[in-house]
Design a protein around this ligand. Sequence first.
Ligand SMILES: [Zn+2]
Ligand SMILES: [Zn+2]
Length: 284
Amino acid sequence: MSAMEHFICVQCGTQFSETVNPPLHCPICEDERQFVRHGGQEWTTLNRLAVDHRNRFEEEAPRLLGIGTEPEFAIGQRALLVQSPAGNLLWDCITLLDDKTIAGIDEHGGIRGIAISHPHYYTTMIEWAERFDARIFLHADDRQWVMRKSPRIELWEGTTLPLWDDLTLIHCGGHFEGGTVLHLPSVSRGRGSKGALLTGDIVQVVQDRRYVSFMRSYPNLIPLGATAVNRILETIEPFSFDQIYGAWWKANVVSNAKAAVARSAERYLRAIGADRRSVRRSEM
Ligand SMILES: [Zn+2]
Ligand SMILES: [Zn+2]
């Protein structure tokens, strides 16, 4: 008799429900926002991945701990552990979870909840939630992309979801229908912090870190339309923030981030021949 396994797609890092044989397809990679690797669909498991990969911890800011896999695996994002008095929130997720990672996170106070910007970072969220006894907050508009179901997943609807300690999930859409960013009221990066946005690649911090951008598909270079970009701008407008922490190591806008978003959106919309719709304050 063959054992059941939770197979993991090598290209996007997503773990699937238990099966005897690997699934035939990865719907996330077959979607136009990702791609199937040149050599065809490949699968691994958490145990196999742990043989030649490890996770690195590094603070991106005080009480904002980055966790990323080396050598890089799948899409290559790093997660962020938001250390907060009423409980830590893991923002976005990565596939590899091993004993060293568990010990390191326990030292930092464990995980109360997991929130994920979009399906490309769902990875092994159920493994993390089970190990740390955490809830998972996903926007309901991306429910079709959940490849391993679990009662730990809480699908939320609407524009914002307040968590604890004034942490707020904001539904922006864009890159994915359920695209979500996280607002932190402050990051202890010096005096007078106005807060921060953790954006995954819903608002993508680009190489020139005074700028961000917006795409429907990053690997396939499909731009995001003006309506979707304007919607992102409008949903984050009521929130004050100085910094943006993107999806990759050091992909952060460390000051005047709100102005950076405005400047970037203007440049982007000009490039696709569209205008920024004026945001009427009375609507907020
Ligand atoms: Zn995949
Ligand atoms: Zn993505």
